[in-house]
Design a protein around this ligand. Structure first.
Ligand code: FAD
Length: 299
């Protein structure tokens, strides 16, 4: 299965599909819980599942690795997987090892990223001149593995903390696609109008690859506020006011969050003609499933 081809075919017939992102838990119990969750969420028929690579720049080694989780999702549960891989703290040997493990586990898709800075570092530093940008990783994977892996890359409708000029950012996105990537997953966002006009601007610049919106469910007020601040994401006034009005009632935030996100997804599909939703599950299933139920797309 090639994600980009499947999406291009599905979108002609308005067929809706999903993908679920997970991160590597810190404890053995967390890993066990996650595996059970991945198994249950398989019933929602994701087109693929993906696992982050040291997102947030943790300095401590987790109890398991992205490679291991990808291997289990692929082999144990028979899911199509997409492994995130970053340049952060990676030598060429590290990249080679990660790719060969992914290859051996049957994974056929890599989300190639530059990566977050390590938590203890003030800014992102390359550990190898070979891998300065995600573009370099895309080129490297293509050169080493030819077409074996399909490659996805990250896009930023709201800008990137290190580059606020959106036109330059779109040029950098195009470089990654020209280097051999074939689809884009976006950073989370809550301003759909901005997202739709950003997609139009990408198209004007010659980006033809499928652009997949990153959907971050809202299930807790405090973590929502923390996350949008950290990622520098704008929240439309009406959404912020509505959430503010119920912020002390956890169940009300969850219900409202489902409404907000389901409406967002509907607009993306109806106006953007984009029929794949990429859920940042945060290793939880309830909010993602509720949004899908609300959209009437669980079966
Ligand atoms: P790049 O595209 O390389 O861009 C990084 C910066 O360099 C940008 O400011 C860009 O404008 C600039 N740049 C790019 N090319 C050039 C050039 N040719 N010349 C000059 N400047 C250039 N992080 C993790 O650590 N692990 C993960 O698993 C992870 N998963 C993610 C998944 C998604 C869908 C998204 C949207 C982000 C994810 N991130 C993850 C975060 C990401 O690694 C950071 O946002 C990182 O700062 C940028 O990564 P990138 O791949 O977009 O980098």
């Amino acid at each position: 299965m090639k994600v980009s081809q499947t999406l291009q075919e599905n979108w002609k017939d308005e067929v809706v599909s999903f993908s679920f992102e997970y991160f590597v838990p810190k404890t053995a119990q967390g890993v066990q819980n996650l595996l059970e969750r991945i198994d249950r969420m398989k019933e929602l028929h994701p087109l693929f599942v993906d696992v982050t690579w040291n997102a947030g720049g943790a300095s401590r080694q987790p109890v398991t690795s992205t490679n291991e989780l990808i291997g289990k999702a692929q082999k144990l549960y028979g899911l199509n997987t997409c492994m995130h891989l970053t340049c952060t703290g990676m030598s060429q040997e590290d990249v080679d090892l990660a790719l060969s493990k992914a290859y051996n586990s049957g994974c056929r898709c890599i989300l190639a990223l530059r990566g977050d800075a390590l938590v203890d570092d003030e800014k992102w530093d390359p550990s190898s001149e070979k891998f300065m940008y995600a573009r370099d990783l895309v080129k490297y994977i293509r050169a080493k593995y030819d077409d074996h892996f399909e490659i996805g890359v990250a896009g930023y409708p709201e800008g990137h903390p290190e580059q606020h000029d959106s036109e330059i950012l779109i040029d950098h996105l195009k470089e990654k696609l020209d280097a051999g990537a074939s689809f884009v997953i976006t950073q989370m966002f809550y301003d759909v109008e901005n997202f739709l006009s950003w997609v139009d601007r990408c198209r004007v610049k010659g980006i033809t690859a499928p652009i997949i919106p990153g959907i971050m469910p809202i299930s807790n007020y405090a973590s929502f506020v923390r996350r949008v601040k950290w990622c520098e994401i704008a929240v439309p006034k009406d959404i912020m006011c509505a959430l503010d009005s119920v912020k002390d009632d956890e169940a009300a935030v969850r219900d409202l969050g489902v409404d907000i996100m389901a409406n967002m997804c509907k607009t993306i599909m109806e106006r953007g003609h984009i029929y794949h939703l990429h859920f940042y599950t945060m290793n939880l299933e309830k909010s993602t499933k509720s949004i899908m139920d609300h959209l009437g797309v669980t079966y």
